[in-house]
Design a protein around this ligand. Structure first.
Ligand SMILES: NCc1[nH]cc(CCC(=O)O)c1CC(=O)O
Length: 311
């Protein structure tokens, strides 16, 4: 009986996600054993440093792909939102799983809602996408950088000088911490989520037919269409997870995908946002990108990348 090894980062969230994947695989009742191997990536070792400094997008993914190439692992479990736009040769996303809540969660001390936060309140985020949209909505707030995994950020909200933080609902939900912790969920009209947020990507070697067949059972075709549109947009604007880009697609009753795509300046002063709809997810993503590029998205992103490089 083949043992299929699932590799992931060693954070508690990554472990929870991988355990969930294994429980879904076990339900299939196929003759395989499953094992988890934790991989400590460079990105995990330097969480306190600005990621862009040490290789930017795909930092976590590369080392996990190396482990797959070396056959140490067979499946890599990723948050789709941490996946770079393009994979290295030899790998493919065998499944995009069902999507938990894609929205961002606003968590405030004393549960003060975003609308009611006093001027100058300190909101922690480590995402330029969140800071751009937050400041566009509430330019009077004081956005501060907050780093670390989910547990660390929640601790910093309690112990340090933050009035509120923003986290992905998905991570909280998977940790089993949704509910009471969250002050409010930010709807896409306030905060467009990150491309792929809430879905898991199960990556494998593209010549491993057995694993590809196995993963096909976990693929959610509706989510794949949505995330495909979002990622086509991300790729066409050449963005990664370090730049202020959001993309959120829904699947409509007629089978068309509707994508809202966003590029903003980190200070929230410029927000470019367009909605496109169509039958071909890739085309919808590229069209949205084209519209934003026409309006100056590339200049905004180039400026952000230059600033990150100079940090
Ligand atoms: N950038 C970190 C990260 N990568 C994936 C998630 C969880 C959400 C998801 O699976 O989409 C988070 C936490 C966060 O952004 O608050």
């Amino acid at each position: 009986m083949r043992t299929i090894v699932l590799g992931t980062r060693k954070s508690n969230l990554a472990m929870k996600q991988t355990e969930w994947v294994i429980s879904e695989l076990k339900k299939l009742d196929l003759p395989y054993n499953y094992e988890i191997k934790k991989i400590v990536t460079k990105g995990d070792k330097i969480l306190d440093v600005t990621l862009s400094k040490v290789g930017g997008k795909g930092l976590f993914v590369k080392e996990i792909e190396q482990a797959m190439e070396d056959k140490e692992i067979d499946i890599a479990v990723h948050s789709m939102k941490d996946m770079p736009g393009e994979l290295q040769d030899g790998f493919t996303i065998g499944a995009i799983t069902n999507r938990v809540d894609p929205r961002d969660a606003f968590i405030a001390n004393d549960h003060i809602r975003l609308e009611d936060l006093p001027e100058g309140s300190v909101v922690g985020t480590s995402s330029l996408r969140r800071s751009a949209q937050l400041l566009a909505h509430r330019p009077d707030l004081n956005v501060q950088w907050i780093r670390g995994n989910i547990e660390t950020r929640l601790r910093k909200l309690r112990e340090e000088n933050f009035d509120a933080i923003i986290l992905a609902s998905a991570g909280l939900e998977r940790m089993g911490w949704g509910g009471d912790l969250v002050t409010e969920y930010l709807e896409p009209d306030v905060c467009i989520p990150a491309v792929g947020q809430g879905a898991l990507g199960l990556e494998c070697r593209n010549d491993d037919k057995e694993v590809l067949d196995l993963l096909a059972h976990l693929n959610d075709e509706a989510v794949r269409k949505r995330v495909t549109a979002e990622r086509a947009f991300l790729q066409a604007v050449e963005g990664g997870c370090q730049v202020p880009i959001g993309g959120y697609a829904t699947l409509e009753e007629d089978g068309e995908v509707e994508l809202t795509a966003l590029v903003g300046s980190p200070d929230g002063k410029v927000i470019l946002k367009e909605t496109r709809r169509g039958a071909d997810p890739e085309q919808v993503g590229r069209d949205a990108a084209h519209l934003l590029l026409e309006q100056g998205a590339k200049e905004i992103l180039d400026k952000v990348k230059r600033e990150l490089d100079n940090q």
